[in-house]
Design a protein around this ligand. Structure first.
Ligand SMILES: Cc1cc2nc3c(=O)[nH]c(=O)nc-3n(C[C@H](O)[C@H](O)[C@H](O)COP(=O)(O)OP(=O)(O)OC[C@H]3O[C@@H](n4cnc5c(N)ncnc54)[C@H](O)[C@@H]3O)c2cc1C
Ligand code: SF4
Ligand code: SF4
Ligand code: SF4
Length: 365
């Protein structure tokens, strides 16, 4: 039976909750707002399946990367509304065109971030773009298994730990499953995110109804994080915005992210995508400040998928070291902020702006 002794040993992937044959594991939020499994010990039959599928009890080994590219979706509208080069949308389109289904993170009711399933190309926009909050997976893994067993093509996208959890949960390989993950340095707590939405709504005097984590109106590199109400537009450059600063400085993220087990060639996905930061320095002629996706092909299935869509993107051949040169999260984890504990202990006492002022040096940049 799964027991969490150290919070850093659980990434919240929910594989254990989905696999339990007795349905005795529920994912519950802790005081920081992150989900952890809670076992109903009375119903547990000690089958051990939950431990068997846990990706943090069976960590992946490093593997070779088959190829690395910089990619720009040739459709400018799609690229503009994506966080980097809009590569994800091309992969999703290809799988949907074959009659498949796609899972990914969407902004749902009350702007909560949850994984959803889409079957229609018009819904790709719901999955497009990064949402910098840990998404709720619910019973998605169970749904994926049923669809795979029914012979449907499935693309599952998410953070590297979500993909690793799904692969463990499925136990065996499926030829009709495709996976794509995002390079990820951490996920912020949904509780911090909801607090920010509440505080901004109070400041505006009306509710926040739309969030754009990576608005590119001022360019990809100087992107903004915006919170829109009916009449107002709140937010700032992503480097100055309170919520983003707490995220990017590893204050508001999950304990397991301080030493991530899935970066640096340990992704279990067929394809990994990231921002190709530094492309302007390495290949200035390729950068137009509208966004470039760094694409890492991890498996032969990833290569197969890539071949199907490559004509829809402008491509640049690069390599792992260049891709990681200006993007630390590709190859390593950075430690949690030294005052992370103070932050969460005082989350209900101060506003996020007050906590930002206490913990992070003033940002005039
Ligand atoms: C929490 C998080 C942290 C990240 N950290 C980094 C980083 O440190 N360095 C870096 O280079 N890139 C990071 N990224 C990835 C980056 O923001 C872009 O998503 C990536 O470059 C792909 O861009 P795109 O334009 O090809 O596709 P986009 O359309 O922008 O990507 C959409 C994809 O992101 C997935 N997604 C969005 N939000 C979430 C979420 N909350 N949980 C799981 N999956 C989600 C969707 O399911 C979809 O597959 C992070 C993304 C997330 C979600
Ligand atoms: S040991 Fe088996 S029955 Fe018990 S919680 Fe784990 S999966 Fe469920
Ligand atoms: S399977 Fe996932 S949710 Fe369950 S304990 Fe392991 S990491 Fe946590
Ligand atoms: S940093 Fe690692 S553990 Fe944390 S959300 Fe990303 S993939 Fe999961």
């Amino acid at each position: 039976m799964i027991e969490i002794f150290t919070k850093a040993d659980c990434c919240g992937c929910s594989a254990c909750a989905n696999i339990c044959p007795r349905g005795c594991i529920t994912m519950r939020a802790d005081e920081e707002g992150f989900l952890y499994p809670k076992v109903n010990t009375d119903a547990c039959v000690d089958c051990g399946l939950c431990e068997q599928v846990c990706p943090l009890r069976h960590k992946p080994q490093q593997h070779e990367i088959i190829a690395v590219y910089g990619a720009k979706n040739k459709n400018d509208d799609m690229r503009f509304s994506s966080s980097s080069g809009g590569f994800f949308s091309l992969v999703a389109e290809a799988v949907l065109a074959k009659g498949g289904v796609v899972f990914g993170a969407a902004l749902e009711e009350n702007l909560e971030v949850r994984h959803i399933k889409i079957e229609n190309a018009k819904d790709i926009s719901r999955l497009r773009g990064s949402k910098y909050v840990q998404s709720v997976l619910g019973d998605c893994f169970t749904q994926v298994r049923s669809l795979l067993r029914a012979g449907r093509q499935v693309l599952f996208s998410g953070t590297p730990c979500q993909i690793a959890g799904l692969k463990k949960y499925l136990i065996k390989d499926y030829a009709n499953l495709w996976t794509i993950d995002v390079v990820c340095h951490g996920v912020p707590s949904p509780k911090v995110y909801q607090k920010h939405l509440r505080e901004l709504s109070a400041q505006a005097g009306e509710p926040v109804t739309e969030v754009r984590f990576r608005d590119k109106t001022k360019g990809w590199k100087n992107g903004e994080t915006l919170f829109l109400t009916e009449h107002q537009r709140l937010g700032n450059s992503k480097r100055k915005e309170t919520y983003m600063r707490l995220f990017l400085n590893n204050v508001s993220i999950r304990p397991s992210c301080g030493q991530c087990a899935f970066n640096n060639r340990r992704s279990q996905a067929d394809i990994t995508i990231a921002d190709y930061w530094g492309v302007d320095k390495q290949f200035p002629e390729f950068d137009d400040d509208k966004g470039v996706t760094l694409v890492l092909i991890n498996s032969s299935q990833g290569r197969e998928l890539f071949e199907q869509i490559k004509n829809k993107a402008e491509l640049l051949e690069t390599n792992f070291s260049l891709g990681a040169e200006y993007n630390l999260a590709v190859a390593k984890s950075l430690p949690l902020h030294p005052q992370r504990e103070f932050f969460f202990a005082n989350l209900d006492k101060y506003t996020l702006t007050e906590l930002e002022e206490r913990l992070l040096p003033k940002n005039n940049g």
